[in-house]
Write a protein that binds this ligand. Structure first.
Ligand code: EPZ
Length: 422
């Protein structure tokens, strides 16, 4: 059997421009939400070219929904959608399949679906999603690894979330759009992806107000219809390339971003000593001669994104003192540490945090345990001495459009290779 690895010879200085693709974590909600259009076509423009998009399209196809993907534009026609149970294998390959629950419940009042999978970054309960569906009047049961959701009618409700959750906030906006009456969501997440999903739903005929604030009001509507929507840029992909630029960039530009989405990262990189110039939809940066140590603590938006915690870590090895990373969203999201140790990165993990000591990374064979751990290893490989081989690259391809090509264009010595297991 052969499989693909990514190899990187570290040490190149990177320069030029990189263009950021559409947001993965928006796309994975926009695609399921589109199945609620009972009439007309939903056109999503600017989608990232990642395997999660293909998996969700295939789930829609299982419901007799027509999809047509041309580059970054996806056309979805759900006029003839039929409710079917969704098989486990596809559902389990991505976390965001939980959005199918909200969308199917709104459209069909019934959904049978496998338990959502996704990146192994520690416990990822969905109790807040279930609490929300039940508050809207659905009966939710879990039998033999599948979820059964059913409601005679969904009714608007007041829902106060116990934890701030991106997924539960989006799922309730989706489901409540198909409920009778008004739903009020309190203690919601404020991530830009939530605003993006609300704006798609509103242009499909929904009535959602307050997305991006602590409280969201949704007035249910009879029917949603087709529309055209352009997705926001991926702030995590942008952040990943900004960290690359901070580590190895000279005259280096990251384009097609919304700079206000990047504020917590920009200020952390400036604290490290990186010079950043911000334009309307781009940042220009050059790596500093020396880096100061910093403390990074992940928080809900607009705080430092948990999805950038792992990619940020390699940069901290370059500082002239000890840095600290504290993970408050997923305290077990540290599976990259063993791999960094193989590269001679000196790093100590304590519960929910890690101390990062100045180290010169060396190329090694390393394994991506999840998407952002994969990004962390790529960045480590770019700054390490010698060749790094990254295994399990399917995790990386789930979330980054053409990452090898984009880095090559910037001047990185990186390539894909087929290797055989024997
Ligand atoms: C989204 O996951 C993202 N995924 C994740 O990105 C991201 O890490 C996360 O938000 C936090 O920003 C998608 O958008 C598809 P949450 P989500 O519900 O919505 C707890 C990546 O690398 N919680 O906001 O599933 C949960 O355990 C991925 O791109 C409950 O306790 O995350 C966590 O501690 C990985 N009960 C916290 O809330 C629930 O019902 C925040 O999780 C739901 C969540």
């Amino acid at each position: 059997m052969s499989r693909e690895v990514i190899k990187i010879r570290g040490g190149s200085t990177l320069s030029g421009e990189v263009e950021i693709s559409g947001a993965k974590n928006s796309a994975v909600a926009l695609i399921p939400a589109s199945l609620m259009a009972a009439e007309g076509e939903v056109v999503l423009e600017g989608l990232p070219e990642i395997s999660d998009v293909n998996t969700l399209m295939s789930l829609l196809n299982d419901l007799n929904i027509r999809t047509e993907l041309d580059g970054t534009v996806l056309k979805i026609n759900a006029d003839k959608a039929e409710n079917m149970p969704l098989p486990n294998t596809k559902v389990q390959s991505l976390r965001a399949s939980y959005y199918m629950m909200g969308a199917m419940l709104a459209r069909f009042k019934k959904c049978v679906i496998g338990l959502p999978g996704g990146c192994p970054i520690g416990p990822r309960p969905i109790d807040q999603h279930i609490k929300g569906f039940e508050a809207l009047g659905a009966k939710v049961t879990n039998e033999h690894g599948a979820m059964y959701l059913e409601a005679e009618e969904l009714k608007g409700a007041k829902i106060f979330f116990d934890v701030v959750s991106v997924g539960a906030t989006i799922n309730m906006m989706i489901a409540a759009s198909g409920a009778k009456g008004q739903t009020i969501l309190e203690n919601v997440a404020k991530e830009p992806e939530i605003v993006d999903v609300a704006s798609l739903l509103n242009s499909m005929g929904a009535d959602i107000r307050g997305a991006g604030t602590d409280s969201i009001k949704i007035n249910g509507v009879e029917k949603l219809h087709g529309t055209t929507h352009s997705i926001i840029p991926d702030r995590i992909e942008a952040g990943t390339y900004m960290i690359v630029g901070a580590a190895a960039g000279e005259d280096y530009t990251v384009r097609n971003i919304i700079p206000t989405h990047m504020e917590s990262l920009i200020s952390k990189l400036q604290e490290l000593g990186v010079r950043i110039e911000t334009g309307d939809d781009f940042v220009k940066m050059t790596k500093p001669a020396k880096y100061s140590p910093v403390s990074v603590k992940t928080q809900v938006y607009p705080g430092f994104a948990t999805d950038l915690q792992q990619p940020m870590t390699p940069l901290l090895f370059m500082a002239n003192g000890v840095s600290k990373v504290t993970e408050t969203i997923y305290p077990a999201r540290f599976r990259h540490i063993d791999e960094l140790s193989r590269m001679d990165g000196k790093i100590e993990q304590k519960s929910g945090s890690a101390l990062i000591f100045p180290s010169n990374l060396k190329g090694a064979d390393v394994y991506a345990s999840d998407l952002r751990a994969g990004a962390c290893l790529l960045i480590s490989g770019l700054i390490a001495e010698g060749v790094t081989t990254i295994h399990n690259v399917n995790h990386i391809d789930r979330g980054y459009t053409d990452i090898v090509k984009k880095l090559q264009t910037l001047g990185a010595d990186i390539w894909r290779e087929e290797i055989s297991d024997h």
